[in-house]
Design a protein around this ligand. Structure first.
Ligand code: NAX
Ligand code: ADP
Ligand code: K
Length: 493
């Protein structure tokens, strides 16, 4: 997994590499500048005429060094120093002096239309307050200019900690994230301001954390190595049994989507437990499933289904009526296997929060933001502002694994926090959460540990969404497209 760092965690790693390991700060800055120039070239920036806009901190220092590197390559690179000369960092002051010594051109404003590329080196991870006054005007003038913008480290005005816009922020086409991606590169709206983001190695590595690692990680292709191995001599019994308690009258699709997702994630056997009215449609759509259908599911039927399974998912399309309430209460009390609770199971839980204490099997809750508002009592605004903190606090308090679904889904057990970066807005379509429930239940049934199953499920679900976006497009894609793409995604590993 990849570390996503806060400004403070980045400062700690910088400090350790410079002060404890003894790598001179200017060496890191030179590497940052060289890697940034190389990235601009690789990304096809038109370097006919470049303006580097530098502030007084080390982000500005990176900018001065980039301007000098471009200038010495024969590129027409000019500088606009917009910082406070009395607050120049030692390194920025030196880099500025070097540019002056070379006789480079400094400008005092941003004439419209004269530059092909603007380098934004006003603020980096040291942004500490809202952008106001002349800085605000500088950033707005960069945004008005037609030149393509390259942001050094992070667009100026974006908080490294949460991706928020601190008053105003530069809209970049490309951002070169130095050493680690900050949370602000990944969280909205920062991620949109950053444009295409590339990670640049400048010599600060995880050794800089000295064992005290950042709190948040993002899953990457390493996830594939966690997936259940398939023994050549395995059979459908050894590849796990998943039970999906889903669907109700007029909601057969939820049972289909979640059940099928569990099956195509590699689960040996899938049982769908649902209302009798869904029998025929499920037999037609999903003949691979074992069905348990009754008009009113009895406790005995539910207990039998649970004792057959290695993992169960409950909630998609379940409805919230009395029968569904009884079903959930029974599952929470009787289950001795890991559970995934989604959709209507969560809506019922919002009315009976003490039910989470029933039973002692691992539980994965997969609310979207609306469901989380009802479950947690926090407002949408609070959740949007602090999704990581509030998700972790909820998971810790209720001793569950929480998958808080949004454009950037958070998975946490209260200690570990994972922020997923796969997926796209095409997945904001009915039933895509049902597919996720099925994937996670399937991974659990195959023996994955609950936290790993939740993280891997969210990652794979997002990748299936990304393949669907490529092949079908975000407007036209449906939840069934996720089912279509998932086998190919699993084959990539
Ligand atoms: N030696 C190092 O530590 C390295 C730092 N690097 C660069 O240094 C950056 C961090 O440098 P700094 O910590 O100096 O911080 P920044 O350069 O991001 O900015 C800090 C400066 O801006 C001021 N400031 C912050 N918010 C402001 C606001 N809203 N309005 C007006 N002024 C504001 C601060 O008082 C300070 O003077 C990174 O983003 C990266 O680009 C890289 O050069 C790699 C090595
Ligand atoms: N803009 C987006 N970017 C990435 N993923 C998204 C976006 N919008 C929705 N998703 C994902 O799509 C899924 C939607 O789930 P959910 O809201 O439960 O749908 P449903 O209830 O219709 O099944 C979640 O996994 C969510 O993270
Ligand atoms: K910047």
């Amino acid at each position: 997994m990849e570390y996503l760092v806060s400004a403070e965690e980045m400062r700690r790693a910088d400090h350790c590499v410079i002060e404890e390991y003894g790598v001179p700060s200017l060496v890191l800055m030179e590497r940052a500048a060289l890697a940034s120039v190389e990235l601009m070239e690789r990304e096809g920036f038109d370097l006919s005429r470049v303006l580097v806009v530098s502030g007084s901190g080390n982000n500005g220092g990176d900018g001065f060094a980039m301007a000098r590197i471009l200038y010495l390559k024969g590129i027409e690179a000019e500088l606009w120093f917009v910082g406070n000369p009395d607050h120049l960092s030692k390194e920025a002051a030196l880099q500025k002096k070097i540019c002056e010594n070379y006789g480079m051109k400094f400008v005092r404003n941003l004439p419209a239309g004269e530059y092909t590329t603007i380098v934004d080196a006003v603020f980096g991870s040291g942004l500490s307050r809202e952008v106001k006054g002349s800085y605000r005007e500088v950033i707005e003038s960069i945004n008005r200019h037609p030149a393509k913008v390259f942001a050094v480290d992070i667009p100026s005005g974006i908080s490294s900690d949460d991706g928020s816009v601190q008053g105003t922020a530069v809209r970049a086409a490309v951002t070169g994230a130095l050493a680690f991606r900050k949370l602000g590169h990944v969280l909205y709206p920062g991620t949109e301001y950053a444009g295409r983001t590339f990670l640049l190695d400048i010599g600060i590595t995880k050794e800089g954390f000295k064992g005290q690692f950042p709190r948040v990680q993002a899953p990457d292709r390493g996830i594939f190595s966690l997936l259940p191995t398939r023994k050549a001599f395995g059979n459908k019994g050894t590849f796990g049994k998943a039970c999906l308690m889903a669907g109700s009258r007029n909601m057969a699709g939820a049972a289909y989507l979640s059940g099928k997702a569990a099956a195509i994630t590699g689960t040996g056997l899938v049982r769908v437990v649902t209302e009798g009215c869904n029998r025929e449609i499920l037999q037609t759509l999903f003949p691979e499933a074992v069905l348990t259908t009754e008009e009113m599911l009895s406790e005995e039927t539910l207990v039998n289904a649970l004792s057959w399974a290695d993992a169960a998912g409950i909630g998609p399309g379940l409805s919230t009526g009395e029968a569904a309430e009884k079903e959930l209460a029974c599952v929470l009390t009787q289950a001795k296997i890991p559970l995934v609770l989604d959709a209507d199971a969560l809506n019922i839980l919002s009315k009976h929060p003490d039910w989470l204490k029933k039973g002692d099997t691992p539980k994965i809750l997969t609310p979207h933001m609306g469901e989380m508002v009802r479950l947690s009592g926090h407002s949408m605004e609070e959740l949007k502002q602090k999704p990581l903190e509030l998700a972790a606090a909820y998971a810790k308090e209720h001793e569950v694994i929480l998958v808080l679904k949004d454009a950037r889904t958070v998975v946490t057990d209260g200690e570990r926090i994972v922020l997923n970066t796969t997926g796209n807005n095409g997945m904001a379509t009915g039933g895509s959460g049902d597919v996720l429930t099925g994937i996670i239940t399937g991974l659990l049934a195959q023996g994955m540990a609950p936290f790993e199953a939740a993280v891997s499920g969210v990652y794979l679900h997002g990748l299936a969404g990304d393949r669907a976006a490529e092949n079908t497009g975000v407007r036209g894609m449906l939840s069934t497209d996720l089912l279509k793409e998932l086998p190919g995604v699993l084959k990539e590993g």
